[in-house]
Design a protein around this ligand. Sequence first.
Ligand code: GLP
Length: 245
Amino acid sequence: MKIVSAKDYNDMSRKAANIISAQVIMKPGCVLGLATGGTPVGTYKQLIDWYNKGDIDFSEVTTINLDEYRGLKRDHEQSYWYFMHDNFFNYVNVPEENIHVPDGANPDSDEACREYEEIIRKAGGIDLQLLGIGTDGHIGFNEPGEAFELRTHCVDLTESTIKSNTRFFGSEGEVPKQAYTMGIKSIMQARKVLMVVNGENKADIVKAALFGPVTPEVPASILQMHPDFTIVGDEAAFSKIKDLI
Ligand code: GLP
């Protein structure tokens, strides 16, 4: 586990973007596992900036996103497909056919999840998986208590996730109650995992995930066992582990 301290959100974003950029430069045809949420937005902005300057080229990259709300079509403004285009894909040159997000519009969850695992397999696995973390320790949409050995599957979102994602929807009632997510097993099979985290509200969960017991109650804690896991966090997010790093 590599713990990289950053001064603030911008510094965290730049450092994470540097790691992703190095991956793309070293292996132009790499497979990037991407994440939504507010935390990685700055990382995407930085990558867009370097793309515009001609420093990075995504023309051979394949992307595989972590998760999608079940029941939302791609063109819904809160779908993760939409989010990723709005924050990243519309501004860089990842070929459209290389972009993958679970199909939230497919009501057949078994089929949607099976097809997604097949996409990951055909792509040759994920080279670098970018992750955020929920305040309850969830990664992707793997909520506390989920079995570590699951691959892509359908989940019921917890009250706390629905509440914290209400800010993106008009009201709590509009937040979908289920999602398709890569499982912990799919995430653990990525060759590299990069987590970004910022803000004081993540300080407790960062401590529990990195230094607490490895338990399904804190899904991100499994990353302690990953052979190539890097976490980049700002001072506020690392405020409770200052003496441990
Ligand atoms: C959602 C996403 C997660 C993300 C989490 C935290 O639940 N499914 O992938 O890590 O939100 O989001 P934020 O970065 O906005 O705190």
